[in-house]
Design a protein. Structure first.
Length: 509
């Protein structure tokens, strides 16, 4: 059995089944707001260090392969196997860098640790640079011409390119790695003063500067991408928080509205019982059934009490009707009814008030309209509300017309039109809302509750119908209640008598 779920729609007014969700949403909102207010680091040290370590470990085999190829070419060029001894320090330095990278990957990278590991890895690049300096200081006595200088320059250029591409997320990696080799070449060129050595130091120096610039541009581009990604994540997080807050606010509003509707729907008896007593006793007193009232002022008071009680009862009835509809407790007692008969009855009910204001009511009804499948009490309330509004807001000597007929889609409609003051176009949504009243209704002496039209809309929606309001200022208002074609009961013609089929003889082979 589930716990925390509302099991009674009448007693448990507030549903607390979503309390755990409320706490989770509040926590997420608080954490995200704090993160958005504090902002994020502008240099993304942690993310860049993680990316550099992963790239370094993924390309771990590049440097050993390149060192072996360089050593093999050196042996082929110098015919001296001692050049392979240079691979020992370069491979050792590379192995040490890989161990540092693995250790950095295993640790929980933070902003402070990222800065510390950057310095450590730069020292590792400096150690590798010392190995390249050893390579740059080597010479060949048996090589003819400038072939060995060309060999060293080519190897160093390729090494600079590899370092720039693989370590661009570690700023200053190229200068740290090849500054020792550049210094060694500069010392060699200063000592020998050979044109080949001078050209070599110039080419290597230019290559270090150029690839440092390229690596820095790649680093800035990657930093900008991370910045855009972070801003996108923050926007997504803020949208998710706003969506969660909106859903939570909507759910709370729905719960509050449902609680209100359940309360009002369950209070029908408690609200109407004292009003019945007030109306009954005030009517008995005003009619002097139990004896005369000597003071005529008391008779006026009893009349006022009865009138006020009747007004309050009508208000409570409208509120309870709308509350029952919103709470889902408004049940339709559907049967075959005639809209013509209901419209004529409602005209008779408001005829006395209309004559008091010298208002003429004309009807235009299509003959032989079939019955519809609907709730008679609800449809009578719809037409009576619309007619009462027309009489209320139509001035002295006005005209009201009521039409009952077919719709273009095969349904039936009831249209009521008056030549009253009309409704401004911008106030129509207000008039159709619950407790909404237009400026003319507020200024009118016969103010209502603002529930008539919402109740009409709700009842027609229960019948799968439509409600249309057309109005122009100082020209009048027309309201149309429409029932769909599926609620029209068409009478079928009688089936003509047909001769019975004769009995077929059976034959057996």
């Amino acid at each position: 059995m589930r716990t925390g779920v509302s099991t009674s729609t009448d007693k448990n007014i507030v549903d607390r089944s979503h309390s755990h969700r409320n706490r989770a949403v509040s926590k997420a909102v608080r954490q995200t707001r704090e993160r958005l207010q504090t902002g994020h680091s502008s240099n993304f040290d942690r993310e860049l260090m993680i990316m550099h370590v992963e790239t370094m470990l993924q390309g771990a085999a590049v440097v050993p392969i390149f060192a072996v190829i360089v050593a093999a070419l050196g042996v082929y060029l110098t015919r001296d196997a001692q050049i392979f001894l240079w691979t020992i320090p370069i491979l050792s330095a590379h192995a040490l860098n890989m161990l540092l990278g693995r250790r950095a990957k295993k640790q929980d990278m933070t902003l402070e640790s990222a800065r510390k590991w950057r310095q450590i890895l730069l020292l590792g690049q400096l150690l590798t640079g010392l190995c390249w300096a050893i390579f740059a200081m080597q010479s060949c006595s048996t090589c003819g011409g400038d072939s060995f200088s060309l060999y060293k320059g080519t190897a160093l250029l390729v090494a600079i390119c590899i370092t720039a591409v693989s370590s661009f997320m570690l700023p200053r990696a190229v200068p740290f790695c090849f500054a020792p080799a550049t210094v060694a070449l500069a010392v060699t060129a200063a000592v020998t003063r050979r044109p080949a050595d001078i050209a070599l130091i110039a080419a290597i120096s230019f290559a270090v500067i150029f690839f440092t610039f390229i690596a820095n541009r790649m680093f800035q581009s990657n930093l900008k991408i991370l910045s855009f990604q972070s801003e996108k994540d923050d926007l997504i997080a803020e949208l998710e928080v706003a969506n969660s807050m909106s859903d939570e606010a909507r759910r709370r509003a729905e719960d509050a509205n449902l609680a209100k509707s359940r309360f009002l729907a369950s209070m029908s008896h408690e609200l109407r019982t004292p009003l019945n007593a007030i109306l009954g006793f005030s009517e008995v007193m005003s009619s002097e059934v139990m004896g005369p009232l000597n003071n005529p002022t008391y008779r006026e008071y009893t009349t006022d009490i009865h009138r006020s009680g009747q007004h309050l009862l009508n208000l409570i009835n409208e509120i309870l009707d709308l509350s029952r509809i919103e709470a889902g407790k408004y049940e339709l007692n559907e049967e075959a009814i005639s809209l013509i008969d209901i419209a004529e009855d409602c005209i008779g009910m408001v005829q006395l008030r209309a004559r008091g204001k010298n208002i003429s009511i004309s009807s235009q009804i299509e003959p032989q309209l079939p019955t519809v499948w609907a709730d008679e009490k609800s449809m009578r309330q719809v037409i009576l509300n619309l007619l009462s509004n027309a009489v209320k807001f139509t001035p002295q000597g006005g005209e009201i017309s009521i039409k009952v007929g077919w719709t273009a889609g095969g349904g039936e409609y009831v249209a009521i039109k008056d030549n009253g003051p009309g409704i401004p176009e911008d106030e129509i949504p207000v008039v159709l809302s619950t407790f909404g009243q237009g400026s003319i209704a507020i200024k009118s002496a016969e103010q209502g509750t603002g529930l008539g039209l919402p109740i009409v809309q709700a009842i027609l929606a229960k019948h799968d119908g439509q409600f249309v309001l057309k109005s122009k200022l100082r020209e009048g208002t027309e309201v149309i209640a429409i029932l769909p074609a599926k609620r029209v009961l068409q009478s079928l013609p009688a089936v003509e008598d047909a001769p019975l089929a004769g009995r077929r003889k059976r034959s057996f082979a």
